[in-house]
Design a protein. Structure first.
Length: 222
């Protein structure tokens, strides 16, 4: 069975409300700025250092990242899976599809959330940004996920990334992987052109991933 890599925020679980709430609190306290909550939706998904450079400038990245993690850490266990995604993981796992998480979220937070949601056991590998690394990118996380799967004997010669933002597609492409983008995340429609396919429901995604993993469809790297 061909392997599948899956993003978290905006793809597997609905973190927008939690992320924007934490960003809003951090920006108010650390930068003294007030924005509508919708202002922060564009920051759901991209690497955290990239977000903080935009919000506060390169010189304050470390300070703002640390502050955000405090605000987010106090809220993160309220994050919910998107409807149908728990069932999708159960179906794919039962079918023998090798799955890995590839997220820009830190490994500590990722493990805590997935364990809390009761879905961590579905994944052969859980990969995210190291807690102390400033320069982690989606491409490095995807590469790490592929290495871990290969070390377990999984054939990674044909793998697929599932995400919701351009960062997922770009990080996957840097490793030679095509991408499926889900439409229930925070991406503008203009980012969908980077994907091999887009899907609108968990049921549609489940069927597509089963077909891919069984070799019934051949993705194209855009």
């Amino acid at each position: 069975m061909r392997p599948v890599l899956i993003d978290l925020d905006g793809t597997l679980h609905d973190s927008a409300a939690i992320v924007t709430e934490a960003l809003d609190a951090m920006v108010r306290d650390k930068l003294g700025e007030v924005h509508p909550r919708e202002y922060y939706l564009r920051f759901v998904g991209p690497p955290l250092t990239e977000t903080m450079k935009t919000l506060g400038g390169p010189e304050r990245v470390d300070e703002l990242v640390a502050a955000y993690r405090e605000y987010y850490g106090a809220r993160m266990l309220r994050t919910q899976l998107f409807p149908g995604m728990r069932h999708m993981l159960e179906v794919l796992d039962a079918a023998g599809v090798p799955m890995a998480v590839a997220t820009s979220k830190t490994l500590t937070f990722t493990h805590r959330i997935l364990e809390h949601q009761g879905v961590a056991h579905h994944f052969r590998a859980i990969c995210g940004a190291p807690d102390s690394a400033r320069n982690s990118t989606k491409a490095t996380v995807v590469a790490d996920a592929l290495r871990q799967l290969e070390a377990q004997g999984v054939d990674i010669s044909s793998a697929l990334m599932v995400g919701d933002r351009k960062h997922d597609a770009e990080g996957a492409a840097a490793n030679g992987l095509p991408t499926v983008l889900v439409t229930w995340g925070a991406a503008p429609e203009s980012e969908y052109e980077l994907a091999w396919r887009t899907v609108n429901t968990a049921e549609e995604l489940t069927e597509l991933l089963l077909d891919f993993s069984r070799g019934k469809v051949e993705p194209v790297l855009v």
